[in-house]
Structure formats: C-alpha cells, structure tokens
Design a protein around this ligand. Structure first.
Ligand code: N01
Length: 540
C-alpha cells in the first residue's frame, strides 16, 4: 500500500454548510491557506441532505441568512416568509459563487480520522478516499443535526419495498403516487412531510411514538412591503438578533411570567402569538419553560387549538402530547392535524402497539401487519455530538474525543475541549446552537475563532487549548441554566435520549445568544481567559 502524499494547510475545515463556508471565507480574508472537506457532492450541509417533501425552515427567511455582507442581504430576494429547502439551497449556492468558495472545497470527500501530533503541532486529517491533509488547526463545521439515525428494527434488510431517511433524501425525489407509504417519526421533520406525502400516496400509515406540539407556521409569500420594511433597517435588526436570547429579532423577549399576569391577558398574549404563528410561542412569557404551572397553562391553550381540526375524538386523544410544551423542540406545521381526517391516513400509536419488525412486505406491530411499498424514517439525528464523533479524533500518544466524552460531551464555550489542542468546533456542545437561530450562532462562533487565530498569529502563538478547569466551570454554568428549567426532565434529543446508550447530558447552553456572545467577547478581551495559549516549536 502506498502512503498518501501529505498536503499542508493553515486550517482544515470539515463540512461545507453555513458554518464551513463562512469559516473558509473569514480565514481566506486573513490570507490563510484553507481547505474544506465535504462529504456531499455540493455545498449546503443540512439543506443539501434534507430534501424531503415539505422541508422548510421555521425561522423567517429574512432572519435565517448571513448578516455579514450588507450587499448580499440587500440583493438577495426571498419569495416566502419561511423559505423552503430548495430556495435555501439556491441561496447557499449563490453565496458559494459570490464568494468563489468552491475552489477550496473538496466535494465527495468524507473526513474519517484526525490526529494531532504535539511534537509537530500539526493535525493530520485523513479522508475516506485516502487523502492526507496537514494543518495547524482543525475546525469542525459538521453541524448539530447531520448524523441521521435509522433505528435498529429487525428485518429492514428483508424489506422488498424502498426505504428512505429524511436526512439523506434522494435528489431526484420520490413519487408516492398509488403507493402504500409508512412513516416513522412525528418530530419537526415528520410533521412537515406527512401532509404532503398523504396528499400523494394511496395510503399513509403514520407510526407515532410521541405525540408532539405544533403551532401553525402561517407561511405565505413575502410581500414587497414586508421585505422592504426589513431591508430598510436590516443592520439594526441583525444587531438586535445578535443580542437577543434566541438570535431572532422578531421574537418577543418576555419580561413577565404567566403566573404574575392576569389570566385574560395571558390568553390574549397566547392568542396573539398563535395568530402570528411559528415557534416563538413559548417566548410569550418568561416562565413557560421554567415553571410547571405556567407550562400547563400554555400547553392547554395549544392542545385545544391545535387539535380543533381533528374530527375523531379517539384520534384527538392519540395526538395529545403529555410532556411539558417546549421541552422537546416545538414543531411548526402547515395543515398537519387536518390530514388525519382523510380516509387514506391512519395513525398507529406505537407506544400502545409497538413495532416488532420490518417484513418483506411492510411493518409488523404487536397487533397488526401494515402493508407498505415505501417506508420513510423521519427518526432524527444523533444530535450535537454525532457528527463530531463520527470522525475518529485523537491526540497522538494522548486522549481521544470519544473517550474524553464517554460520560457526556464537555466543551468550553462549545468551542474547544480540554486535552485536544488546536481543534475548534462551530456550535459545539455547551453553546446556544440548536436553541437559537443557528445562522446567528454560526456567525458568532466563526468570527470568534477567526479573531482568535488572528490574535495568535499576531502574538506569535501557535497552540491553544481549553483548560480543564475553565471547561468544568463552564459545564457547571450550562448545567445550572438547564436545571433551572423544565427541559432536562423530558427525554429529548437535547439530552441524547433518542440514541440508545448515549450519555444523558443536556447539551446546549440555555443562557441565550446575546449573553453567550458577551461572555465570549469578554473572555477574548481579557486575553482568552480559560484557554492556554502557548508557543511551541513546530515542523517547518
Ligand atoms: O427528529 P426528532 P426530526 N421508533 O428527533 C421518532 C430540526 N428541524 O428530524 O419523540 C419509533 O425531533 C421520535 O419519537 P420520540 C429541529 O431542531 C427543523 O423531526 O423519540 N419512533 C420522533 O417522533 C428538530 O427538532 C426543521 O418518541 C422513533 C421522531 O422519530 C430536529 O431538526 C425541520 C424512533 C424524530 O424526531 C430534528 O427533527 C426539521 C424509533 N426507534 C427538523 N426513533 C425546521 O426548521 C425516533 N423516533 C422546521
């Protein structure tokens, strides 16, 4: 076997979604030699892979986009209030062309291994196709929801029909006409896909393990007036988003609690958020995610309204969620509940009637066999850590990431993990990531990392590592915020509960993107407190 020739860079970035693309742009602006490795055959990350019917962002288009380039944000025109996947992917491609990013992105190139050698102060990143790339820095831009999970159900290999996971949907699409289709999963993805599949398929069987809350999205065309209203004060709105709790300027920042407010006023406020639509609902009051009593009032309001379109009381009962609202990711839908009135849709409650196996011709639950031509897994992701751990990352003669995170992931500011130098993560565990408008969080992390690297170069520093003490302290802050809320008590992907054997740790930072940004900025201003910055001899 021949040893692959090593290529040398200042930084290797893994992933060409929003995060990897912007990281490349920022580092190129500093004159650095950077390569991005991308497993897909084009840019886009989440929006490249998730092409299932109904895939759409539930953060408004004018906010779910890059803010670093005023000309770009003024020139780009969104057609809908909430953009669908094809339009977001067109936008991402437009950005890649505009910034001429593709020349430094290697498509169809999956990183498999990354090893840091403390002697040379270099990372070596290996790819599935046998490339070997060396760089002082390795930057993981692999996304929080990119490691799609197909559950281990016995018999999948025997299935004679076609099956798909929504997180790696075929580019050419899937024709459901005349087919008997089954879908497992009723999270954000399932709730988006089900109405569209139901309208095309001969029959759709929905296999639901947990009933979820969903607020009507109220999507529609983006009017010229609405677009102009934003564009006229885009810079100010973006600044507002950067300092807000969730990275969305249009979300209310609640100052009072349900429990301190007159019930009539509460009802009016909920109604106004319901009419506005979308996932900002739980931001109506500041105690909805903190106090059971407040949460119960919110959930009762939502359940009554969301189930109103369902005619059959037995179906309404099956579709009623029982966990506190907002403690799993809130869903937003377009015509989801109505779909259960159709005669070609059936809802199988797999908590009451569990799946036993997949057969050659369908899916067997304890009580019945469901004949299927197509089976869709809308079963989610190994969130936040899955993609990071899918690359075998280690320090030569030292620790590896899997072992370091055996009891749950820990990362200082979600940026670096102690014991592994010169490895940055974009929106890693312990950062607001999935609890925020992720484009805002991506920009913040990318800019912080780029500034940090520029600072290091200016000071002649070539190694940075999070201190174990600072990481521990940060972990305690992340835990304290989570534990003051209702979120860690629900079995959700936020705590890794959807992955058998995954350690139960609440992973995102709940303090909000504004507070997080100020914390990161202050740490940098004080000379990167909690990070150890050193200058070591290294290979030429
Ligand atoms: O995944 P999920 P998703 N047997 O994990 C079920 C973002 N997103 O792809 O709840 C049977 O939420 C599982 O059941 P349970 C958003 O952040 C955003 O829907 O574990 N069922 C659940 O019903 C979102 O939260 C947008 O009991 C199984 C479903 O599959 C995140 O991505 C759109 C099972 C998985 O739900 C992930 O959403 C789409 C099994 N073995 C996604 N395993 C927007 O912006 C899992 N399930 C709108």
């Amino acid at each position: 076997m021949t040893t692959p020739q090593r290529e040398h860079f200042d930084a290797v970035v893994v992933g060409a979604g929003f995060a990897g693309m912007y990281m490349l742009h920022r580092l190129r602006q500093q004159g650095l030699k950077v390569v991005v490795l991308e497993a897909g055959d084009d840019v886009g990350g989440t929006w490249y892979w998730n092409r299932y019917p109904g895939a759409r962002c539930d953060v408004e288009s004018m906010e779910y986009s890059f803010s670093f380039d005023e000309d770009l944000q003024q020139a780009w025109r969104w057609s809908e209030r909430y953009a669908g996947q094809p339009e977001i992917l067109r936008y991402i491609n437009h950005v890649a062309d505009r910034l001429d990013l593709r020349r430094d992105i290697r498509m169809n190139t999956r990183a498999t291994d990354a090893e840091f050698d403390p002697q040379t102060n270099r990372w070596t990143v290996l790819t599935q196709s046998g490339q070997s790339l060396q760089a002082r820095f390795c930057i993981m831009a692999t996304g929080c929801l990119s490691n799609a999970q197909v559950p281990q159900i016995p018999g999948l290999a025997d299935f004679k029909g076609r099956w798909f996971h929504t997180g790696f949907w075929p580019k050419e699409g899937v024709d459901f006409t005349g087919k008997r289709v089954g879908i497992i999963g009723t999270g954000s993805t399932g709730i988006q896909a089900i109405p569209l599949v139901a309208k095309q398929a001969a029959h759709l069987s929905v296999f639901q393990r947990t009933a979820n809350y969903s607020i009507p999205l109220r999507n529609g065309p983006l009017t010229a007036e609405a677009e102009q209203a934003v564009k006229q004060r885009y810079a100010a709105l973006r600044e507002q988003a950067r300092h807000s709790p969730s990275g969305v300027a249009g979300f209310n920042v609640p100052t009072r609690g349900v429990l301190q407010t007159d019930p009539q006023e509460v009802e009016q406020a909920f109604q106004s958020r319901w009419d506005f639509g979308g996932i900002g609902f739980t931001r109506s009051f500041n105690d909805v995610l903190l106090k059971t009593e407040a949460n119960t009032i919110a959930r009762e309001f939502v359940v009554k309204r969301m189930l109103a379109p369902v005619n059959d009381p037995a179906l309404r009962a099956k579709l009623t969620p029982t966990y506190p609202i907002g403690t799993k990711r809130l869903c937003a839908d377009t015509g989801y509940f109505e779909i259960y009135n159709r005669s070609n849709v059936s809802l199988v409650d797999i908590k009451a009637d569990p799946i036993e196996s997949i057969t050659a011709t369908g899916l067997r639950t304890q009580q019945a066999h469901h004949d299927l031509d197509i089976l869709i897994f809308a079963t989610g992701f190994d969130a936040i850590t899955g993609a990071l751990l899918s690359v075998n990352m280690r320090v030569k003669g030292g620790s590896d990431l899997k072992t370091a995170w055996a009891d749950g992931p820990r990362a200082y500011l979600g940026l670096m993990t102690a014991g592994i130098a010169n490895l940055f993560m974009i929106t890693g565990p312990g950062s607001p990531s999935v609890l925020s408008n992720v484009v805002v969080s991506v920009e913040q992390h990318v800019e912080w990392i780029a500034d940090c690297m520029a600072h290091m170069r200016a000071q002649g520093i070539n190694r940075i590592e999070a201190s174990a003490h600072a990481q521990q302290d940060w972990g305690r802050q992340v835990d304290a915020l989570a534990n003051a809320s209702l979120l860690p008590h629900t079995a959700s992907w936020y705590v890794g509960a959807n992955i058998p054997g995954k350690p139960r740790v609440f992973m995102p930072y709940m303090g909000g993107v504004g507070v997080f940004r100020r914390t990161c900025d202050e740490i940098a201003r004080q000379g990167y407190t909690g990070f150890e910055l050193t200058t070591v001899p290294e290979a030429a």
